[in-house]
Design a protein around this ligand. Structure first.
Ligand code: ADP
Ligand code: ZN
Ligand code: ZN
Length: 811
C-alpha cells in the first residue's frame, strides 16, 4: 500500500499535512492535485510526498486526481514547506501561491449510475432513494446540487450516501467549470480565385460599389488570412460592406482562437545588446561566472547603482546568457502597472518570449500566460511578487528590481512572505542565480552584501548617453525660514520661481507629495474636534472631487459636515495638504500651467497609468502632481525640475525605518529629474533640513546615509542586528482584545524563560499605531530576538492572531 502526505485546502489543516492511502488503480505522484475526504467534506489537496508508511494508523483513501499531471514541481513543494515553516502560515496558503490561476475552486460532485447494476432490485429502496436512483439512471449522471435542489440538501445527501453504500451509484468529482474561456477573433479571407477576384472587382467598380471592390482588392493582395479589424481599417470599410460580401459568398469570416497576450508587440521594435561600460562589464562578468556554475562566494548579487546607471541593461544581458545556457529567468518588479516601460524593454530584447503575470490581467490572460510559462514557451517572466512562483522550468536567473521596495513583502494576508527571501530560497533549491538591483538598497540587504553573504556589484555612475544628464543638483529648502520671511504658501520662493521659469521655457515639472487627497485633517476651530473614521480612528482626508471625507485605511466615505458634529460650530477648517489640495494651490500659483494629477485616486482603472503617462510624455501637461507613484519607472527627458513639496510626511512616521523610507523616496524622486539633455534640478522642502536622510539624498550619497543609519540600527538593536516578529490580535471589542494580547504576552514570556532564551525581548502588548481598522481593534506584541519562527512554532495562536515574521512596517 502506498500513502500520500497531502496539504489540504482547509483552515483547520494549519501547518500540517494529512496522510491518505492511495487506492489501487489510482496513479498519484508528488505535486499532484487530488480530491480528499476531510471530515464530512470533499476538499482539494496537493500531494507533497509519497511514503510507504502513513503518519497515522487509520487513513482514508484519496478520492480522485484533479489533473493528470503534477501542478507543483519538487522545488516548489520544498519552497511551500519552507514558507509555511518560516512565516508560520497555513501550509495550503503557501501551496496556493504556486497553483495555476483559477485553480482554487469548489469541487462539483456528480452522481453516476454504477456499472453492471442494471438488473438490481430496487424494491428495498426508500422513496427518496428510489427517486434519486431513477433520476441518476434517466440522466446517466447528475449534479449533486441538482439533486439537493429537488429533494432538499439533507435528504439528497442521505439518499446518495445509502445508494453509494449499496453500490448502486458512485460519486465523481470535478472542478467547478472555470469561467475562463478561450478567446476568439474574426479573420477574413477572399473565397475567390485570383481570376475570379479580378473580374468581380471590375464588375463592382462598374456598379460604383467602390468600397466592396476595395476590400476585395485588399484581400486579393494578401498571402494569408487577415484580421477582420485590420482589413476594415486598411480599406476604411463599414461593417455593412463586409456583410454584403459575406452574404454573396465572396469572402469568408472565420473565428480563430487566439491566445490572450498581454504584451502588444505592435509598437515594440526589437532591441540589441548595447556595448557595456567598464563597470557594467565587471558586473555582468561576475553574474555570468555564477550562471556558468563557477565557484563563487554567493549566488546572490546586489547590483547597486543609481537610477540610469545601466542596471537594466545588465539584467538583459545576464538573461540573454541564461537563455544561451538553455535556462530561463524571472524578473520581479515592485508594481507592474507602474512599469510599462520596463516590460517593454524586456519584450523588445526577447520578442515573443516574455510573459507577464499580475492581478490586473483578466483571468483569461492570467490562465493563458501561466500555461504558456509552464509549457516552457517563454524565456522571461515579468511580474510583481507573485511571479516568484511562476512555473518557469529550468530556472537559471531571478532578478529583483528595486529590491528595497516594500511591496515585495506580503503584509496584508497570509503567507506574510518576503519576495527576496522566497526568491533566494527558490534559487538555492534550483541552483539559480539571484540579482538584487537597487539605487537605494534596503539597509539589511546592503549589510549582508558588506558581510559577504551577497556579492556586491557597483555601478557608480549614470551611463551618460548625452551631455548634461549627470545627476541633478538638489537644493534643500528650510520651510521654517520661509515662514520667518512671511511666506505662508506651500511653495517656497525657490520652488515657485523655478516652476514658473520651467513652464515658461516649455520644460516639464513634477511636484511630489506623498499623500493623496485634499486636506489631511478637518478640524473644528471652535472646539478642536477632528473628524476621524468611525471604524479606524485615523483622521479623515478631504477629497475635492467627491466633496467627501475619506478614510485612507478602509476607504470609509462621509460628506463634509456643514457644522461641527460635537459643538455645531460652523468654523470647520481644513489642515495639512494632499495631492488634490496641492493641485488646487498650484492652479492659483501657476495659472498658465497645464496641470495633471497622478495618484491612486485617478488611476484605479486598468490601463489608466499608461494613458496618463503617455499624455505627460507627449507634453499635454506642464506640471505633473503625484504621490510616490511618480517616483517609479518614469523616464521623461523633458522633466527638468522636481519639487518635493514636503519631505516630512514619511520622516515623521513612528517606525524605525522612517529614515530609510525617506531616503529611498527622496532619492527616487530626485532621480526623475535630468534624464534628458537639458539637465535637471531638484528642490526638497522640509522642516527638518539637517536630517541625515534628507542631506544624504540631496547629495545622492547612499554611503553617507548607510553609515549613519547602520550606527542607529546597532545602537537601538534593530534589524539587521536582530530579528523582529509582529504579532497582531484583532477583535471587535477593545477590552477582549487587550486581555488576549496580555495573556499571549505572559504566555510568550513564560515560554522564553522556561527555555532559558536570553536574547529575546517582548515589546508590548500595546494598542497598534492604527488602533482600529475596519471596525476591529488591534493590539500588538513585537518580538525581538533570533530564530523567532522556531520559537513561535511551539506556541498555539487562537484565531484572530496574525503573525508577521520580519515585518517591513510596524504601524
Ligand atoms: P537603470 O536600470 O540603472 O536605471 P538603465 O539600464 O535603464 O539604467 O540605463 C539608463 C539608460 O542608459 C537607458 O536609456 C539605457 O538604454 C542606457 N544605457 C544603459 N547601458 C548603456 C550602455 N552600455 N551604452 C549606452 N547606453 C546605455
Ligand atoms: Zn466643534
Ligand atoms: Zn477607516
Amino acid at each position: 500500500m502506498k500513502y500520500a502526505e497531502v496539504s489540504v485546502n482547509s483552515p483547520a489543516a494549519q501547518r500540517r499535512t494529512f496522510s491518505y492511502s492511495i487506492p489501487a488503480g489510482l496513479s498519484v505522484s508528488a505535486g499532484q492535485a487530488v480530491w480528499v475526504p476531510f471530515g464530512v467534506k470533499t476538499l482539494q489537496g496537493i500531494v507533497l510526498e509519497l511514503s510507504s508508511c502513513p503518519a497515522v494508523e487509520e487513513t482514508r483513501d484519496i478520492l480522485d486526481v484533479i489533473e493528470p499531471y503534477p501542478v507543483l514541481s519538487p522545488a516548489h513543494i520544498m519552497l511551500a514547506r519552507w514558507i509555511s515553516e518560516y512565516y508560520l502560515s497555513p501550509l495550503f496558503d503557501a501551496v496556493a501561491l504556486m497553483l495555476p490561476p483559477g485553480f482554487e475552486r469548489q469541487p462539483l460532485t456528480r452522481i453516476a449510475a454504477a456499472q453492471n447494476k442494471n438488473g438490481h432490485d430496487s424494491s428495498s429502496l426508500s422513496p427518496d432513494q428510489r427517486q434519486v436512483f431513477n433520476l441518476v439512471r434517466e440522466q446517466n449522471e447528475i449534479n449533486l446540487k441538482e439533486l439537493e435542489k429537488r429533494l432538499g440538501k439533507k435528504k439528497a445527501q442521505i439518499a446518495v450516501s445509502r445508494l453509494v453504500k449499496q453500490g448502486l451509484v458512485v460519486r465523481k468529482y470535478e472542478l467547478e467549470p472555470a469561467r475562463i474561456k478561450p478567446r476568439k477573433v474574426p479573420y477574413i479571407c477572399s473565397s475567390l480565385t485570383a481570376g475570379e477576384a479580378r473580374e468581380m472587382i471590375a464588375k463592382l467598380r462598374e456598379k460604383r460599389a467602390l468600397k466592396q471592390a476595395a476590400l476585395l482588392e485588399f484581400l486579393a493582395q494578401q498571402t494569408e488570412t487577415v484580421l477582420l479589424t485590420e482589413a476594415r481599417k486598411k480599406t476604411r470599410c463599414a461593417k455593412s460592406v463586409v456583410d454584403t460580401l459575406v452574404s454573396q459568398g465572396l469572402v469568408t469570416i472565420r473565428q480563430v482562437e487566439v491566445r490572450r497576450e498581454p504584451i502588444s508587440y505592435r509598437q515594440i521594435t526589437p532591441s540589441y545588446p548595447l556595448k557595456l561600460t567598464a563597470a557594467q562589464e565587471i558586473a555582468l562578468k561576475a553574474i555570468k561566472d555564477a550562471l556558468h556554475g563557477e565557484k563563487t562566494n554567493s549566488n546572490v548579487f546586489l547590483l547597486h547603482g543609481v537610477t540610469g546607471s545601466g542596471k537594466t541593461e545588465v539584467y538583459l544581458q545576464a538573461l540573454a546568457e541564461t537563455v544561451k545556457l538553455g535556462k530561463r529567468g524571472i524578473v520581479l518588479v515592485p508594481e507592474i502597472a507602474l512599469t510599462p516601460q520596463t516590460v517593454e524593454r524586456f519584450a523588445s530584447r526577447f520578442p515573443k518570449r516574455v510573459a507577464v503575470l499580475h492581478s490586473k490581467l483578466s483571468p483569461g490572460e492570467q490562465f493563458d500566460e501561466w500555461h504558456r510559462i509552464r509549457n516552457g514557451e517563454v524565456d522571461v517572466v515579468i511580474g510583481p511578487r507573485s511571479a516568484t512562483f511562476a512555473p518557469q522550468p529550468d530556472l537559471g536567473l531571478i532578478v529583483i528590481d528595486e529590491e528595497h521596495e516594500w511591496t515585495y513583502k506580503q503584509s496584508d494576508k497570509s503567507p506574510r512572505y518576503h519576495t527576496r527571501a522566497a526568491a533566494i530560497k527558490l534559487a538555492a533549491l534550483t541552483g539559480a542565480v539571484v540579482v538584487l538591483g537597487s539605487a537605494t538598497p534596503g539597509v539589511e540587504t546592503f549589510y549582508r552584501a558588506q558581510k559577504g553573504s551577497y556579492q556586491l556589484l557597483q555601478l557608480p555612475e549614470r551611463v551618460v548617453p548625452a551631455e548634461g544628464s549627470a545627476l541633478p543638483g538638489v537644493e534643500i529648502i528650510d520651510l521654517r525660514e520661509e515662514l520667518k520671511a512671511g511666506n505662508r504658501s506651500i511653495f517656497s520662493r525657490s520652488l515657485s520661481q523655478a516652476t514658473t521659469k520651467a513652464v515658461l521655457e516649455r520644460e516639464q515639472v513634477i511636484l511630489f507629495l506623498n499623500r493623496r487627497g485634499g486636506a489631511t485633517s478637518v478640524q473644528c476651530r471652535h472646539c478642536g474636534f477632528v473628524m476621524r473614521c468611525r471604524r479606524c480612528e485615523v483622521t479623515l482626508t478631504h477629497h475635492f472631487a467627491q466633496n467627501a471625507l475619506v478614510c485612507h485605511q478602509c476607504n470609509y466615505k462621509t460628506p463634509v459636515p456643514q457644522s461641527c458634529p460635537r459643538c455645531t460650530s460652523r468654523q470647520i477648517k481644513f489642515l495639512g495638504i494632499g495631492t488634490q489640495k496641492l493641485e488646487q494651490e498650484a492652479s492659483f500659483t501657476f495659472p498658465t500651467a497645464r496641470l495633471m494629477r497622478w495618484d491612486s485616486d485617478v488611476t484605479r482603472e486598468k490601463g489608466s497609468h499608461e494613458k496618463l503617462l503617455n499624455q505627460f510624455r507627449n507634453h499635454q501637461a506642464d506640471i505633473l502632481i503625484g504621490t510616490q507613484m511618480v517616483t517609479k519607472g518614469l523616464d521623461i527627458p523633458s522633466v527638468t525640475l522636481v519639487g518635493v513639496v514636503s519631505a516630512d510626511i514619511s520622516l515623521n512616521l513612528p517606525d524605525f525605518r522612517a529614515g530609510e523610507r525617506t531616503f529611498q523616496l527622496l532619492s527616487q524622486v530626485a532621480g526623475r529629474a535630468g534624464r534628458g539633455t537639458s539637465g535637471g534640478q531638484v528642490i526638497i522642502q522640509t522642516f527638518a533640513p539637517e536630517h541625515y536622510a534628507v542631506r544624504a539624498a540631496a547629495k545622492h550619497d547612499y554611503a553617507a546615509f548607510y553609515e549613519q543609519e547602520i550606527v542607529y540600527r546597532r545602537q537601538l538593536n534593530n534589524p539587521p542586528f536582530t530579528q523582529l516578529a509582529q504579532l497582531t490580535y484583532h477583535h471587535t471589542n477593545d477590552a477582549v482584545c487587550q486581555r488576549e494580547a496580555e495573556r499571549m504576552g505572559n504566555r510568550l514570556t513564560e515560554e522564553r524563560d522556561a527555555k532559558g532564551i536570553t536574547d529575546l525581548s517582548l515589546i508590548g502588548p500595546a494598542p497598534a499605531f492604527i488602533h482600529r481598522l475596519r471596525g476591529r481593534f488591534r493590539w500588538q506584541i513585537i518580538l525581538r530576538g533570533s530564530q523567532l519562527s522556531s520559537f513561535l512554532s511551539h506556541v498555539s495562536f487562537p484565531q484572530g492572531w496574525a503573525i508577521d515574521i520580519d515585518p517591513v512596517n510596524l504601524l
